[in-house]
Design a protein around this ligand. Sequence first.
Ligand code: GLN
Length: 538
Amino acid sequence: MKTKYIFLTGGVLSSVGKGVTGAALGRLLKERGYQVAIQKLDPYINVDPGTMSPYQHGEVYVLDDGSETDLDLGHYERFIDTSLNKVCNVTTGQVYEEVISKERRGDYLGGTIQVIPHITNEMKRRIGLVSKTTGAEIVLVEVGGTVGDIESLPFLESLRQMRSDVGRENSFYIHVTWVPHIGATGELKTKPTQHSVRELRSIGISPDMIIARSDYPVDEDLRDKIALFCDVEKRAVIPMVTTDNLYEIPLTLERAKVGNFVMERMNFQARQEPDWQPWKEMVAKMRREKPEVEIALVGKYVELHDAYMSVREALQHAGIEVGVDVKIKWIHSSKLEKGTLTEHLESADGILVPGGFGERGTEGKIKAIRYARENKIPYLGLCLGMQLMVVEFARQILRDDQVNSTEFEPQTPHPVIDLMPDQRDITEMGGTMRLGLYPCQLQPGTKAAQAYDKDLVEERHRHRFELNNAYREIFEKAGMRFSGLSPDNRLVEIAELTDHPFMLGTQFHPEFLSRPYRPHPLFVAFLNAVQGGVRSNE
Ligand code: GLN
C-alpha cells in the first residue's frame, strides 16, 4: 500500500483539541491493523520549543531520541502507543535553517530561493520522512494554529501540493472548527465555520471532513447547514462536544463512523475488526466512583496546567490502576515562600514537585519537600523535584542552609547538585541538554526496584545538572539510597529515603512514558503509598 496521508487543519480558534482529535483518529486506524504515525507542523520560527517558556507554549515533550517537541506529541504517543521520532515535529525555523544552510553551501547552483518551491519542497520532504523513518503506512499531519494565520501559509500550501503529489486516493483533509454558542439566544452558530472553510478553499484545500467542536450538542439541522455551505457530505460533518475525559474521544469518533469514512474515501480496508473492549473498560474505570486523593503539585507554572500536561496524565493513568480519583491541587511555589505551609499542604495526601528551570520559586518547593519529609507524606520528585529533594535533605544533615544547586547559587559552599561535566563548555541553549532515553540500573531491595520489578530500565531525560558524587557516601550514611544509577555508576538517576513511607525522586521524566493502558510503575508506587496513607489515617 502507498502511504496514506491525513491532513488536519484548524479553523476559527486554536486550542479546541485538534491535537487530541488527530491522536484519537490515529488510534482508530491503529485499531484497524495499520501502522500509524502522527506529525505536527508548527508555524513558529523557533527551531524547537525547547527554548520557549512554558507560559508561551506549555510542556516541552521529550521523545526517545531526545528531540524536544510540542506537547501534542504527548497526546499522539499516549493514544497510538507508538514511539515517535524527531521528524514528527517540524517547525518553520527548522525548515528555513535547512534551506538557508543549503543555499550557503551553494547547493542551489545560483537559483533564487523562494517560499515556493524551495521552502514548500523542504516541508514536503519532511512530511515524507515520517513514513520512511517510522515505517508508518498511515501518516497524520497536523498543522498548528488556525487557517488565516500568516505564518502557516507555506505549510498549508505544502499540504495543498501533497494531494497532486500522492494522489486523491492517498490524501484526506480534515478541518477542525469551533461552533460557538450564543448565550443570549441559546443558539449555536455555524457562520465562523463557513468563513473558515472559505478561507481554506481560497488556499486551494477543500476539506473532506469537518469536525465541529462545540460545548453543546450540534444537531442534525446544523450538520445539514455545515454540509451545504461547506460542500462536504453530511456524514462527514462530525460533531464533537467538549468532554472532561480525552480518552472518550476515540470512542466518539468510532461511533460517528469516522474510521470507516476515511477508509472508504482513501480506498482501503480494515485489516482487523477494531477491538474497543479494553479501551472502553479503561474509560469505564476512569468514570467509576473511586476514593479521592489530593496531590499537591508544587510548581512555578501552575497557572497554565498545560505546562504539566504529561504529569497530569501520568497521575490519571496511575489512578486507574490504583483505583483512586486523583485531584490535583495546583500550588504556586512562590506562594509557599512566605507564611505557613499548613494552609496549602494540610489537605494533601501526596506531594509532587515536577521539573523546572531557574531560581524563582525554588525555596518554596524546598519548603514543601521538607513538609513532606517531616510529616511522612508520600513525595514524588521529577528532575528538578529530585534535585531539590537532595538539597533539602542535605541542608538537614549538613546543618547548613546555604546548601544548594549551582544552578541557583553558583557560590554555594555545598554544591550538592552541580552541572554535569560534559555540560561545562556548552554555550548554546537550544538542544544541548542531556536529552532522551538513557538506561538506568536499579539497585535491589529499593522501593524503585520493587516498583519496576526489573533490573534495568530506560527513561527519558532533559537536564543539565546532576547529583554531585562527592556527597554520595555522606548521604547514604544518613539514609538516602541511590536506587537507580547509570550503568557506568557515574550518574544518580533515582534517589529515595529509607526512613519514609515513600520519598523518591528521579533525574529523568517518567511522565513521558506513562500510557493509559500502561501506567508508569513509579507513579503507581507513589499513588499506592498515597492510598495506604489515606487508609491508615481513617
Ligand atoms: N534545571 C534542572 C537541570 O537542568 C532540572 C531540569 C528539569 O527539571 N527538567 O538539571
